[in-house]
Write a protein that binds this ligand. Structure first.
Ligand SMILES: Nc1nc2c(ncn2[C@@H]2O[C@H](COP(=O)(O)OP(=O)(O)OP(=O)(O)O)[C@@H](O)[C@H]2O)c(=O)[nH]1
Ligand SMILES: [Mg+2]
Length: 548
């Protein structure tokens, strides 16, 4: 595979010094692995771009939704994402800034793609929660926050779009504290939101970032001060803004708790940064907090015991599979989070699901602009392993034979549809496409025990759109959907194999297999579901299935 022709490969990248043959300096960098999460449109992809720029990994921010413009957001690389200006799949970006190597995962906000986001959250040590200053906490942000809390992922809050009119900083902070039941600790303070926004005061360093209100991302102008009341501030920004800063900023300092590393790492306190992803404000402060206080790679849940990063042998797990990242090469990349040891090109590892060894010939690191062959990855790193379908979500890759990572969920779909093909000559391509996308988690695929009509299952309608568009663009297949006779799907299992066998044989016309050949019962409606539950004691009907 020619990596340089990939869709993400453009121009040069600022991490060129990393491609030196000696990988030791690279290996020795500290790691910070984090996801950016929020409700749709809060500005995750824009913040991704802005972080890359602040770190010097790209020189010019691609503006999200600049249709027809060649400057694209690097993390929205899929054609359908660029056409619609939304993220439909999570993407990874690795970049360096001084002694830290950051692995950033930009996630889609729309709830129809939440499964992808949930899985991505299993691969990170920290999350940045983006809040739109005009909207406050929105429903999907809240849901994602709950997932972080369950997994004990510490959260940094970025209150975005302060360049536009919005709620007051106090209202926003109080909402985060109340709704999420967290202590909030502002780390900077805006001179005001919208019209009064002329600067951001860094409460950690007592510096004022003076904001140029012209369009576009402008170079940073910092001014050292004696404190938030420093009279020199009024000479640098309009008097009303300076007054608001000294009054409200002073009140904020008195009213909210100071930053506390332990409380942050334990998920009880969130440091809050105000800023604008689009204009690049507050972004370098965010990077500073991540670098200074963000958690290093943490232990990951596994059987027989959690794996800590100091385990010398390589361990890692696949949390995502992506087909056709490079339309020129029908590639298929498994995204692996390294949990311990060192991953090197050519090494042999065991896939514990298959109990088979495989060689890692071409592991890829996704730098901001380029994909490059991995020079050596350590705990916290995210690498891509090109493969032809051998690797699946949930797989553990390891030099130890005896470990399996746990906690990657599959969710039962809410919408079931039969697929219809307009061109019957393309059955093979359709099956290939559906299987690929089921592996990615874009859809769930059910093959009924009787008949040959495959059924697709999704959480939301938007996934059907993505399925249709991608099958057309990537496989040349025009697909239609028909109502399916079923509304409910549940995985079935039992501690008693005879009971399960009896169910499978008796209800053969309702049985199907998912993409991993796990047995699934398809039911007409909630009533039938209730009925089967009563009729079949000893059978577990599950809506969430853990991989591996
Ligand atoms: N005024 C202003 N607009 C912003 C800012 N940050 C992002 N936007 C705009 O908000 C819109 C959504 O931005 P995205 O970055 O695509 O949002 P997202 O959270 O990635 O959206 P999904 O991935 O679809 O969930 C775009 O039109 C951005 O230009 C900001 O700081 N100020
Ligand atoms: Mg996005």
């Amino acid at each position: 595979m020619d990596l340089k022709t990939s869709t993400q490969a453009e121009a040069t990248h600022a991490s060129a010094d990393l491609s030196a043959c000696d990988s030791t300096p690279f290996i020795n960098l500290e790691r910070r692995t984090f996801a950016i999460i929020s409700h749709p449109d809060a500005g995750k992809t824009t913040l991704t771009e802005s972080l890359l720029q602040a770190a010097g990994a790209v020189h010019e921010a691609g503006e999200v939704k600049a249709r027809g413009d060649r400057r694209r957001a690097r993390s929205d690389w899929m054609k359908i994402e660029q056409q619609r200006g939304i993220s439909v799949t999570s993407s990874v970006m690795t970049f360096q800034r001084s002694k830290v190597l950051f692995n950033l995962l930009d996630t889609p906000g729309h709830q129809d793609f939440s499964e992808d986001t949930y899985r991505t959250l299993t691969a990170v040590d920290c999350a940045i929660m983006v809040i739109d200053a005009a909207k406050g906490i929105e429903p999907q942000t809240r849901k994602l926050f709950e997932v972080c809390r369950l997994r004990n992922v510490p959260i940094i809050t970025f209150i975005n779009k302060v360049d536009r009119e919005g709620l007051s900083p106090f209202e926003l902070l109080d909402e985060v504290a109340e709704v999420l039941q967290l202590d909030v600790s502002p780390q900077n303070w805006p001179t005001g939101i919208g019209g009064l926004f002329h600067g951001l005061y860094d409460l950690r360093r007592n510096q004022l970032q003076i904001v140029d209100r012209s369009d576009g991302v402008v170079p940073e102008r910092w001014m050292a001060t004696e404190g938030i009341d420093d009279p020199a501030i009024a000479d640098a920004i309009p008097a009303a803004a300076a007054k608001s800063l000294s009054e409200d900023g002073g009140l904020a300092l008195a009213s909210y708790p100071a930053f506390d590393l332990k409380a942050f790492r334990e998920g009880d306190l969130t440091p809050v940064i105000f800023g604008s992803a689009l204009r690049g404000f507050g972004v370098s402060q965010l990077l500073d907090i991540l670098a200074d206080d963000g958690p290093p790679p943490q232990a990951q849940p596994a059987r027989p015991a959690p794996v800590t990063p100091d385990e010398p042998r390589l361990t890692g797990f696949v949390f995502k599979v992506q087909a056709n990242m490079d339309p020129n090469h029908r590639d298929r990349v498994a995204f692996v989070r390294v949990c311990s040891g060192k991953l090197q090109r050519g090494m042999k590892v065991t896939n514990t699901r298959l109990q088979k060894t495989m060689a890692l010939h071409n592991p890829i690191t996704f730098f901001a602009r380029d994909r490059e062959l991995t020079m050596g990855a350590v705990a916290g790193d995210i690498v891509g392993i090109p493969n032809h379908g051998t690797l699946r979500v949930g797989d553990t890759l390891t030099e130890r034979g005896d470990v399996t990572f746990t906690g990657l969920p599959d969710f039962a779909p809410e919408i079931l549809r039969r697929v219809r093909l307009s061109d019957p000559m393309k059955v093979k391509q359709m099956r290939r496409g559906l299987s690929d996308l089921a592996e990615e988690g874009v859809i769930r695929l059910f093959k009924p025990a009787i008949g040959s009509n495959w059924i697709v299952g999704v959480i939301g309608e938007l996934q059907l759109d993505v399925l249709q568009t991608r099958l057309d663009q990537e496989y040349g297949v025009t697909l239609e959907f028909e109502a399916s006779p079923y509304e409910v799907a549940r995985w079935v299992g039992s501690d008693d194999p005879a009971k399960l066998k009896n169910l499978v044989e008796t209800l053969r016309s309702n049985m199907a297999e998912d993409q991993d050949n796990a047995p699934v019962l398809l039911m007409r409606n909630a009533w039938e579901f209730g009925h089967f539950q009563q009729e079949w004691p000893g059978i577990n009907f599950t809506a969430v299935r853990e991989r591996s």
